[in-house]
Write a new protein. Structure first.
Length: 232
């Protein structure tokens, strides 16, 4: 079955609530002072995303739904010469990332506090050297599955902004979502799954820092899967 057209989805289709508990004063302050400095302006297409960063790095990575920002911050700290764009609609998650950026003086992260699809559509073709989708909402109920971020249409949109040979990483502890994703990758003309053995998708990537969702899955006895797809 082909996924419904992206145009038919509501702007909020890929995620649920936007805000949780009231932010602590420090976090609320960072949302007022730091976020405007690292937020990507999507009022117009992003013609040159490298120019968002000092040094104009050629290596640009996108993280879809960074949650509390643990993985994004750790990756950015380990790779200061790389530019990172993180997308997250959940206000509390954005606030947590702001705290990490401030504490570690991370200058290679830019943020879109909203729908990752909007960020993807604003980027120029072949501008990303990598992207990751980590523990995205699995929308387990059958009637909600069209809200899953991975779809035929989204893969086409992602492929447009990824360079040939770029990695698309996907991690999940939900078997049904893993199968859903593989089915769409295998019928996509834009991506290939090169794995040859079980070890390649059961072990995390090198320098993997983990996320709070992974820790929760392991605590509850679910084994995560780590899939790497390559842009043709």
């Amino acid at each position: 079955m082909i996924d419904p057209p992206a145009a038919a989805r509501r702007e909020s289709s890929f995620f649920g609530r936007r805000k949780g508990k009231t932010l602590r004063a420090y976090q609320a302050g960072l949302m007022e002072t730091l976020l405007p400095n690292v937020r990507v302006d999507l009022s117009a297409p992003v013609a040159n995303p490298s120019a968002l960063f000092s040094g104009a790095p050629d290596d640009l990575r996108l993280e879809v739904g960074f949650g509390g920002g643990e993985h994004l911050a750790a990756d950015a700290l380990s790779n200061p010469g790389r530019g990172y764009i993180g997308c997250e609609p959940f206000v509390n998650g954005v606030a947590k990332l702001m705290a990490q950026i401030a504490a570690q003086d991370l200058r290679n992260i830019r943020v879109h506090p909203g729908d990752a699809g909007d960020m993807i559509d604003a980027l120029p073709a072949a501008s990303l050297s990598g992207a990751c989708i980590l523990y995205a909402d699995p929308w387990p109920k059958r009637r909600h599955r069209e809200r899953r971020f991975v779809s035929d249409q989204m893969l086409t949109r992602l492929a447009r902004v990824m360079r040939s040979g770029a990695e698309l990483r996907f991690a999940s502890d939900i078997d049904d979502y893993v199968g859903w994703t593989l089915a769409r990758i295998l019928r996509s003309p834009d991506f290939v799954w090169p794995a040859q053995s079980e070890a390649e998708w059961l072990a995390p990537w090198p320098e993997w820092s983990g996320t709070r969702y992974e820790a929760k899955a392991l605590l509850e006895g679910r084994r995560p899967v780590y899939l790497t797809f390559i842009r043709r």
